[in-house]
Write a new protein. Structure first.
Length: 349
């Protein structure tokens, strides 16, 4: 039996899309080339704001702001429904120099973004975080509770079309078809779409992360300096990240990155010198120009949609991206101009 929707990709974007569709009564199948949520959704830090929001275009901060505003209720609802706590927490983020303080302060005033002056930098007290592996676990469980079908180790090999529509997709587990298709395949989205990607510019950018464990949180808030961040979890774990490496689909970790991240982190938190490294991993972000994702209907295939290319902020943008995608599917008015999130196709609808 065919589903109403077939979603390719079971990261945060794909699972959040499936959750919303199921809640409105649709039948949904999600296919995932590997294991559920084990790519960039699992690998990232879960900071629910751009690292320096004043450095991004409005198209990015519009989506991250909407996503951040939706997160408290979304996370609480997931916890209640699935019994898994995503650990949403308003921890604040201290931004240390170098940065343009005047530009930052002006942006915060104009966007009504809370900011506090500190001797050593700027504290953004409203910035929250989520423990993204647990968010993924909660989403998966809720999708399954709602009756969604999830098929792991199911790689899409071809999108077959006819008369301006997707007819079916070929996968490593056979042919699958649905009424409508949503590609949420992250860094693999362009590869999956093949000739139907048009001018879509999404590519993998590797990020490497380190993990430490303290008896209690070693910092009162997230600390950011020159692209590197320290994220304290409530159970004492501390994440250190992250690199930005254009190395294709290579997910290996490197000694150079480990040493660089450790040395920089120890300057900010000397106590790290005495702490053993618990884990070192990498993930592949779905990089897009300007960090602007592509969300919405394919210009040439009327039953194909995309929700991908969120680069560094897929978790933050997730509830907002799903909101505008569902609005388009349901013919509901959008909260703002969504044309920038269609531009990634490189063709007019």
């Amino acid at each position: 039996m065919n589903s109403d929707f077939l979603i390719a990709g079971a990261g945060v974007a794909g699972l959040a899309t499936a959750q919303r569709l199921l809640l409105q009564g649709a039948s949904v199948t999600v296919v995932e080339r590997g294991a559920v949520g084990r790519e960039s959704s699992w690998a990232g830090g879960g900071i629910l704001a751009p690292l320096c929001p004043w450095s991004y275009p409005d198209e990015v901060t519009r989506l991250t702001s909407l996503g951040a505003s939706l997160f408290p209720q979304w996370a609480a609802g997931l916890y209640a429904a699935a019994g898994i706590d995503p650990e949403y927490e308003v921890s604040g983020m201290l931004v240390l120099p170098p940065f343009e303080r005047t530009v930052a302060q002006q942006w915060c005033r104009e966007h009504k973004f809370l900011v506090e002056q500190k001797d050593d930098g700027l504290l953004l007290p409203s910035v929250a975080q989520v423990r993204n592996p647990r968010l993924v676990q909660a989403l998966r469980k809720h999708v399954e509770i709602l009756g969604g079908r999830i098929v792991e180790n199911c790689k899409v090999t071809q999108v077959t079309t006819e008369s301006g529509q997707v007819n079916f997709i070929r996968t490593t587990q056979g042919e699958l078809s649905a009424g409508r298709y949503v590609v949420c395949a992250g860094a693999w989205s362009k590869q999956l779409l093949g000739p139907h990607a048009l001018q879509l510019d999404i590519k993998p950018i590797r990020g490497q992360m380190l993990l430490y464990k303290f008896p209690a949180p070693p910092l009162p808030h997230i600390v950011l300096q020159d692209g590197m961040y320290l994220i304290p979890r409530r159970d004492g774990h501390l994440l250190v990240g992250s690199t930005l490496e254009d190395v294709g689909f290579d997910k290996s970790t490197t000694e150079d990155a480990r040493v660089s991240l450790q040395q920089r982190a120890q300057l900010l938190l000397p106590a790290l010198k005495d702490m053993p490294l618990v884990q070192h991993w990498s993930g592949l972000r779905p990089a897009s120009p300007g960090n602007i994702p592509t969300v919405g209907q394919h210009p040439q295939l009327q039953n194909l949609y995309l929700n991908s290319g969120h680069f560094r902020y897929g978790v933050t943008m997730a509830p907002a991206s799903v909101e505008i995608l569902l609005n388009e599917l349901n013919g509901v008015a959008q909260p703002f101009d969504i044309s920038p999130y269609r531009a990634g196709w490189g063709a007019e609808k």
